[in-house]
Write a protein that binds this ligand. Structure first.
Ligand code: AHR
Length: 333
């Protein structure tokens, strides 16, 4: 098998990248991969990851690690953030640039603050591929592509369901992911693009619960008390927060799925089980299994081929217990 490194060197000379960024597919000195002695002929990938953050994240990062194996010709260096701390991500990113890895994969814990590191990678001619999370400002000259489901569209699908589910409107509350994360802004954009014009709906409020079931439970407990349980709809930006909301609704003596309907994004097994039990009312998938797409992009990029600056990962929705029951047997995450 011709290794990516050999392919890269061969292609590099003639790489005619049409993309805005000026990475030569292979380094004349930059991005020259790790030294021959350590990973031999393997292509080195620095994965600046988020780390433990819930079922979706675990599925995504495991899928990436299961894709870029030594058998497949890769030496994947997995660098999860320490406690979701961006500084630890930037440190890992910069050390991958210093090490001269062949490619960097980045799932940013925060959208802003990446310009300097991305510029360094560009100067070193190391292609950077964004996984799931975007950067702000979104300067596509600083990275090859972003691979992710369409957060705006996924969130619009939740809002469209809510509008059809509540023809007379509802009082609703939004549980957001951490502030400063691109997908949170995009999910708000999608939801608001539909709901802002829905006069029969009234937004009681929104608050971050940091993707956490525990935090979501306590937020919803407070909100239900403060509003005499007069909330009919909760939009949780991820499954864990939605499941926390279910607990709070039950402990308030209300019935989730009847008195309060809860919709989530991710599509993990736990959420589909809760949908099958009628505790959740709608689940929009945010498909985490896109390692194969990332592999295709890495191979194309190292071969000097161009790719689109955004690659959309397909996702679906589940709007009934029956739909959940049908999907659960083969659910991988
Ligand atoms: O960036 C994607 C989000 O991160 C998922 O929706 C959430 O569950 C994860 O933690």
């Amino acid at each position: 098998m011709i290794s990516h490194k050999t392919l890269r060197r061969g292609a590099g000379a003639v790489a005619a990248l049409t993309m805005a960024f000026a990475f030569t597919a292979c380094g004349n000195g930059g991005g020259s991969g790790s030294d021959e002695s350590s990973s031999g002929d393997l292509t080195t990938i620095g994965f600046v990851a988020v780390g433990p953050e819930g079922d979706w994240r675990n599925a995504n990062e495991q899928n990436i690690q299961d894709t870029f194996t030594a058998d497949a010709g890769f030496d994947l260096k997995y660098a999860p953030a320490e406690d979701l701390d961006q500084a630890s991500q930037i440190e890992a990113f910069d050390s991958f640039v210093d090490e001269g890895v062949d490619v960097i994969l980045l799932s940013a814990t925060e959208a802003t603050g990446w310009e300097d590191s991305l510029e360094r990678a560009k100067e070193a001619e190391i292609p950077v591929i964004l996984l799931d999370r975007g950067i702000e400002p979104d300067d596509t000259s600083l990275y090859v592509t972003r691979i992710a489901p369409d957060n705006v569209a996924v969130s619009e699908s939740v809002a469209d369901w809510a509008v059809s589910e509540f023809p007379d409107g509802a009082n609703y509350y939004v549980l957001e992911g951490p502030a400063g994360v691109s997908v949170v802004n995009e999910r708000n954009e999608g939801w608001d693009s539909v709901m802002d014009s829905q006069t029969a709906f009234s937004k009681v409020g929104a608050q971050t619960a940091n993707w956490s079931a525990e935090e979501a439970k306590s937020v919803v407990e407070t909100v239900l008390k403060a509003n005499n349980n007069d909330i009919q709809l909760i939009f949780a930006q991820n499954d864990e927060m939605g499941l926390g909301a279910v607990q709070a609704v039950q402990e308030a003596g209300l019935t989730p799925g009847e008195d309060v309907k809860i919709a989530t994004i991710d599509g993990t097994k736990g959420a589909l089980e809760a949908l099958a039990d009628g505790e959740l009312s709608f689940v929009a998938e945010y498909n985490p299994l896109f390692g194969d797409i990332a592999l295709d992009v890495v191979e194309k990029t190292l071969a000097g081929e161009s790719v689109d600056s955004y690659i959309r990962v397909d996702s679906t929705t589940f709007d009934s217990p029956e739909a959940a029951d049908k999907a659960l047997p083969d659910r991988k995450y």
